[in-house]
Each structure stands twice: as structure tokens, then as C-alpha cells.
Design a protein around this ligand. Structure first.
Ligand SMILES: NC(=O)c1ccc[n+]([C@@H]2O[C@H](COP(=O)([O-])OP(=O)(O)OC[C@H]3O[C@@H](n4cnc5c(N)ncnc54)[C@H](O)[C@@H]3O)[C@@H](O)[C@H]2O)c1
Length: 707
């Protein structure tokens, strides 16, 4: 049935990279024959398996054939697994993004349900062996099976649909909460998805109950098959699984309500209602509560068809495919990779907030010795202790294997003497944001290290060229700007100073890639990209507040942009003094476009850390004691005026950055804001947004992007 019904849809995608479904029979001693279906697009591991219409039609046809065999009694079980590193990376977004009509979308949604439904209705026990990444539709295949195993080395297990502008509408939204309870299901579908598309590792997926068993990667398939044999043959093994599942799924009526209401608040805070998908997901989940699976299926199909036609989904697909995937993989302007030098030891100057996080990242990802220095032993000890404590937390959460935890702990050491950097290949400083201090630090480090050791700075706003100016080898200096929190923020701005050599830059890019960060080349210009854009935005909001705009109006005016947090909350998170300090650098570099707010300084002087406080009734208020510190003008703005003013300011700043050549192209600014500031994908990037709302043309006389 499946191939015939969907032939027309599949024919619309002749260029699809097809994921094939290969079948082989495996004899399970004492339990009969298991048909093992392997999903594979016959390409190397850099090309994940995805599920477009042609792939699904083929998979459906294979399941139909297996159904005939189960009906004839010749199969005891069916299992699905994937090519190395992937079960499947989900629906083929380039195909889904090109579905022209709502009816095509409906067909695509129904096709997935039909195929997965065939698997779950085979009439024999079904298994999914999650050997690697299982994203979206890839994980939903596994959820459609009766039993699941997962590899301890798998990562990339997620239902990212809400992040991409869809819902896990191939059964995930129905099945996952019933498998692992509503709270954990919403953590996966909402919190992880909207939290920058976070994915689970194998052991975490097992812990949550997504998988019934977890095996080491070395003999994952053999172990999974043997386990499947036991499930088929032994009542006790099935009873153990059933008991564990009952525990993981247990949820009262109250649990459901609380989980949904907490997720609603999370979504409102994250998207400000500007992205329709997460809200739709919650609606389907909540209303599907009392529905049968068939009724929920109908709802899922309609919701998917509707969402696929929204501009937010189209913009998301553009941002995801063109920026997050394509541009992030091939950073514009990066020199030839062949010039990169190996890095076998890393030095970090400072053991403070950023330095300790950097130590953990370098040790975990590069697996090379990392030594931190600071001005006294107590500070060094604190930095090293931070790394140890974080490793313990990761271990406890199953996000790090015991071996990796031991290795990471052993790799990180501390010293009060910069002599410890003598044999380092790469030294990064993360000391106070003060040019004189940084110059002094670099001079001290250069006196110790070898001639070909790179020197990097994590400065947020200072001139990298000025920092390098008095060194013997200024060509070895590069900016390496990470964002806080380092583990969670994917962006790394790599700053080329006037004298930075190509070899040094190439090493910086290769290192950034090894650290699994998205790297963007930026020129040595005050505050680079993300902080310059964010502080221009914050500057407009604080200026309007200072002019007399009520706090509630000022802080919600940008709601239609769907930013991950409001401006005043962002200010509090960055820290008022840090924001003020960076604004001062920007003011010095660019003048009055960046206004240093006297009110902000008053708050800093009084030790106020956030404008907002919560009153006894749980409402957000600016306390009277805070208001008493401030002086306001008499020219308040409305929310509409402030939104437009901020759009215009952003268009002006972005236009200037492009003119100055801070980055190679508008797409780099889009990528920076998405990866470094959580700018939402559904806007398609900041520059398409500014084009769409007319700000680019109003201010620069042209659009940033050709349509
Ligand atoms: N905090 C952030 O969110 C953030 C984000 C990105 C970049 N940065 C940048 O990272 C750098 C560090 O910021 P932080 O927030 O980690 O500061 P921090 O105050 O937490 O840490 C700075 C550390 O440097 C040490 N130090 C000072 N002089 C030193 C010297 N001569 N030798 C060795 N150690 C010395 C200090 O004792 C302190 O422990 C700054 O340039 C900052 O702009 C910060």
C-alpha cells in the first residue's frame, strides 16, 4: 500500500539523497529469525542519513514485505538500526522545506505515520538498536518499535522539531510522554529543543527510559541481538523491562498538568509567543491526553501540515540549512587547513570564571594537558577545583564516561608560575578586561614560550592588535572570543589582528573545530560582532527607559522579535558592570551610537544587579528603592516606537559592520547572533529580519540580502 499511495509525492523529489533500508536475517539461538533493517545512504559518516519521501516509501515497502513474512510465520522479530554513527538524523529538511502546498505537507506527515505504523503493527516484537544519532523522525522510528537498546557512545539523541518550527508529529509527541513521563518528555521536546537544540547521549537516553538497555559501542550490535533473543525467549527479561518502564512512565493527572504548565511558561519566556511551533506542540500534547492514538495521529498530521506552511518554518529551514549547517561547516575567510599546527599542550592565563570553563573545554575536547596560572595559589586551586567539580557533575549525569572523567581530571593542573607554559603550543589569556594587564601578561608569556607557540586572547571588546603591538612576534596573536557559559554557547569568534599570520589563523580554526565550536572569522574591531549588536540593542532600550519609558514597556517592546530573553534580563545575566564596561569600549570606538547610561552607572554604584525584582505577590517589579536611585527624562516611547527605533538602530549597526568589513557577509552576522546570542532561527537570521521589517531599506537604502 505505502509505495503506491505516495508515489506522486516521492516523484516531486527526484534529487533526494535516498536512505536505503537493507535487510538481513539473523538467527537468534533458541528464539528464531530476526530481520535486521539497516538504514544507510551509502555515503560516508559526514553525510547523515535523512528521511525524505523516497526514503520513507522504500522503508515502507520493506516493512510491508516483512509483514508478509511475519504473517507467514517465518520471522520471530524485526529490528531497525543505522549506519555507523547514525540511526537516522530525521526528516530531510531540504525536502520538507520545499513542500509547496499544505496538501503535500499533509501527505508527508501521513507518510511518516503510515511507515512507522507498519513497523509497530508487524505482529512480532520489534526492536530499535540506537547505534548513533537519532534525531526527530529518526528517534520516532525507535519510539514506534516495541523495545530499544542504545549505544553508550551514541550522541545526538533528540526531538528538535520545536526548535525547527515543527512538532514531533510522527508519533513522538504521543509516545514519548507515555514512555518516560510528561515531565521528562517535555524536557526533551521543549527544554532541550529550545535550549539551543541540545541532544542526549546514549547513557542519558537510557537513564530517562527512552531505551530499555545500554551497551558499550565495541560490540553494540552483538549485545543488542543477544538481548533481543533473551526478550523473545525469557519471561523474566520481559518482566524486568516492563517493571522499569512502569517506573519511568508513572505520572499522575497532576504531574501531567504541572509538566504542561511549566513547559508553557518556559515557552512563553523563551519565544515570547513569536514562534508558533512550541505552543502547537503543547496544544497537541495536552489535547491528545484523553485521545486515542489514532485521534492524536490525525491531530499531529494536521498540525504538521499547517506548521510547514508558516513563514517561521521556512525561515527556520533557511537559517538551519544555510547557516547552522553549511556556513558553520565552512567558515568564510578561514585560511587553508593544511597550514594548521598541532596543539599538544594548552596554557591558560587566569583561573577565573572564563578561564576555568576554558580549561574544562580544552581538556575534554582536545584530550591534551592544560595548565592554568593565576596570581596566587588560592585562585589557582579554585580554578582547578571548579574543573574537578564540573567533571564530577558530568559523570553523575552520565554525560561523561568514568574513563573520560578520570582522564579529564588528570589533564588539568595549575601553577602560580608562567614557567608552566614553557612547552605549551597554545596559550590563551582570560585575565581582567584591561589592556595594560593583558599586554603585561602577553609579554610575560612570550618570555617563557617557544617561538611557534600561539597566543590567544578571550577579550570581549579590546583591540587584539594593540595587545600584540609590543611583542617580539605579534603575528602569533589571535583573538579567540568564547561566550559564557562556555560549554553551552556554540559560537567562537576568531579575531584576525592586523599582523596575525595565516598559519596562526589556520591553527585557530582547526582548534575551534576540534573544540566543536562554530567558528566565524571577524576583524579586529571593538567588541567584534555579537557584543556590538547586543549592546546596540540594549543601548536603545536603556536609553528609552532613561527618557521616561516605563520599565514594563521598555522591556517588552521587542517581544515580536522572539528573543530568548528580555533586554533587562539579558543585562542582569551579562552583569551590569560588564555591560557598562563593554559599552564604554564601544563608545570610545564608535561615539554616541553607544551611549553610556548614567542610570546604569547609578545602579552599579549602588550594587544593584538586576532592575527587576519579584514582589510578595510573585509579580515582576522595579523596587521603589531602585527607582529612587534613578533620574528620568520626560519623553517616553510607546512599545511600537521603541521596536521600530531598535530595528533601525540594528540596521544602522549591521550596515556599518558590513561596510567596515568586520565579517565577510551578512550571513556571518546571522550565524553569530544565532550561535552566540540564541537569536531565534524562526527569524531566519538578523539580516533577513531587518530586511523583512523594512529597517535595512529605511536606514541603508538597500536590503542586506538579495531575495
Ligand atoms: N565573563 C564573561 O561573561 C565573559 C565572556 C566572554 C569573554 N570574557 C572575557 O574573559 C576575560 C576574563 O573574564 P572573567 O569574567 O573570567 O574574569 P575573572 O575576574 O573571573 O577572572 C580573571 C582572572 O584573571 C586573574 N589574573 C589577573 N591578572 C593576572 C595575571 N597577571 N596573571 C594571571 N592571572 C591573572 C585574576 O586573578 C582572575 O582570577 C576578560 O577579558 C573578559 O572580557 C568574559
Amino acid at each position: 500500500m505505502i509505495p503506491a499511495d505516495y508515489a506522486d509525492l516521492a516523484a516531486k523529489f527526484p534529487d533526494e539523497t535516498v536512505t536505503h533500508a537493507y535487510v538481513r536475517d539473523v538467527e537468534l539461538p533458541g528464539a528464531g529469525t530476526l530481520a535486521l533493517v539497516t538504514l544507510d545512504n551509502d555515503l560516508d559518516h559526514r553525510r547523515p542519513t535523512t528521511l525524505g519521501p523516497n526514503s520513507l516509501v522504500e522503508l515502507g515497502a520493506v516493512f510491508e514485505q516483512l509483514k508478509a513474512r511475519t504473517a507467514a510465520g517465518s520471522l520471530a522479530a524485526v529490528a531497525v538500526t543505522g549506519k555507523p554513527y547514525y540511526l537516522a538524523a530525521g526528516a530531510d529538511l531540504s525536502a520538507v522545506g520545499r513542500l509547496a502546498t499544505e496538501e503535500d505537507g499533509r501527505q508527508m506527515a501521513r507518510l511518516g505515520h503510515d511507515v512507522y505504523g507498519t513497523l509497530s503493527g508487524l505482529g512480532v516484537p520489534t526492536f530499535a538498536f540506537i547505534n548513533g544519532a537519532a534525531m526527530g523522525g529518526g528517534l520516532e522510528i525507535a519510539l514506534a518499535a516495541d523495545y530499544r537498546t542504545v549505544s553508550a557512545a551514541a550522541n545526538g539523541i533528540s526531538l528538535p522539531e520545536a526548535f525547527l518550527g515543527l512538532i514531533p508529529g510522527w508519533g513522538g509527541v504521543y509516545r514519548l510522554p507515555r514512555l518516560i513521563g510528561p515531565r521528562n518528555a517535555l524536557k526533551v521536546m521543549i527544554e532541550n529543543a529550545l535550549g539551543n537544540n541540545r541532544a542526549l547521549k546514549g547513557p542519558e537516553a537510557y537513564e530517562l527510559g527512552i531505551a530499555d538497555a545500554c551497551f558499550e559501542p565495541a560490540d553494540f550490535l552483538e549485545q543488542s541481538l543477544a538481548w533481543a533473543g533473551r526478550i523473545l525467549a525469557e519471561d523474566a527479561e520481559r518482566a524486568t523491562v516492563a517493571e522499569r518502564r512502569a517506573q519511568k512512565a508513572a505520572a499522575s493527572e497532576d504531574d501531567w498538568e504541572q509538566a504542561i504548565s511549566a513547559a508553557r511558561s518556559f515557552v512563553a519566556a523563551r519565544t515570547g509567543g513569536a514562534a508558533p511551533a512550541p505552543a502547537k506542540l503543547l496544544e497537541v500534547l495536552a489535547s491528545g491526553r484523553g485521545k486515542t492514538q489514532a485521534e492524536s495521529t490525525a491531530l499531529e498530521i494536521e498540525s504538521l501540515a499547517e506548521l510547514m506552511q508558516t513563514p517561521q518554518f521556512r525561515d527556520t529551514v533557511h537559517a538551519f540549512l544555510e547557516l547552522v549547517q553549511k556556513r558553520a561547516k565552512r567558515p568564510a575567510g578561514a585560511p587553508d587547513k593544511a597550514l594548521a599546527q598541532p596543539v599538544a599542550k594548552v596554557g591558560i592565563v587566569g583561573a577565573g570564571l572564563m578561564a576555568s570553563q576554558l580549561a574544562l573545554l580544552f581538556a575534554r575536547q582536545l584530550k591534551v594537558p592544560v595548565v592554568m596560572t593565576d596570581v596566587d595559589q588560592a585562585k589557582v586551586d579554585k580554578g582547578v577545583a571548579y574543573v574537578r567539580a564540573e567533571v564530577d557533575k558530568l559523570l553523575a549525569k552520565n554525560r561523561l564516561a568514568p574513563d573520560a572523567a578520570n582522564r579529564t581530571r588528570a589533564l588539568v593542573t595549575g601553577s602560580v608560575s608562567k614557567e608552566a607554559f614553557a612547552d605549551a603550543d597554545f596559550v590563551i589569556e582570560a585575565v581582567f578586561e584591561d589592556l595594560a594587564v593583558k599586554k603585561q601578561v602577553f609579554a610575560e608569556v612570550e618570555a617563557v614560550v617557544s617561538d611557534d607557540c600561539l597566543l590567544a586572547t578571550n577579550t570581549s571588546s579590546l583591540s587584539v592588535g594593540a595587545m600584540a603591538a609590543d611583542l617580539l612576534h605579534p603575528e602569533r596573536v589571535v583573538g579567540f572570543h568564547f561566550f559564557n557559559p562556555v560549554a553551552a554557547m556554540p559560537l567562537l569568534e576568531i579575531v584576525r589582528a592586523p599582523k596575525t599570520s595565516d598559519e596562526v589563523l589556520a591553527t585557530a580554526f582547526s582548534l575551534g573545530q576540534a573544540l566543536k565550536k562554530t567558528t566565524v572569522l571577524v576583524q579586529d574591531s571593538a567588541a567584534f560582532v555579537v557584543n556590538r549588536v547586543l549592546l546596540r540593542l540594549l543601548g536603545e532600550i536603556t536609553a528609552a527607559f532613561d527618557e521616561g519609558t516605563p520599565a514594563a514597556v521598555a522591556d517588552t517592546a521587542l517581544k515580536p522579535m522572539g528573543l530568548p530573553m528580555t533586554p533587562f534580563n539579558l543585562l542582569a545575566m551579562v552583569g551590569l558592570p560588564v555591560a557598562q564596561h563593554v559599552t564604554e569600549s564601544l563608545h570610545a570606538a564608535f561615539g554616541d551610537r553607544f551611549r553610556v547610561s548614567a542610570n546604569l552607572q547609578r545602579l552599579i554604584d549602588a550594587g544593584v544587579t538586576s532592575l527587576w525584582s519579584t514582589d510578595d505577590g510573585g509579580r515582576q517589579v522595579v523596587p521603589a528603592s531602585t527607582l529612587a536611585l534613578l533620574e528620568f527624562g520626560g519623553t517616553p516611547s510607546t512599545a511600537e516606537e521603541l521596536l521600530r527605533r531598535t530595528q533601525d538602530a540594528l540596521a544602522e549597526e549591521v550596515g556599518l559592520m558590513l561596510e567596515e568589513g568586520v565579517v565577510q557577509a551578512p550571513e556571518d552576522i546571522d550565524l553569530c547572533m544565532i550561535m552566540g546570542a540564541g537569536w531565534p532561527l524562526h527569524l531566519g537570521g538578523i539580516t533577513p529580519y531587518l530586511d523583512r521589517v523594512g529597517a535595512a531599506e529605511r536606514i541603508t537604502g538597500r536590503k542586506f540580502n538579495q531575495q
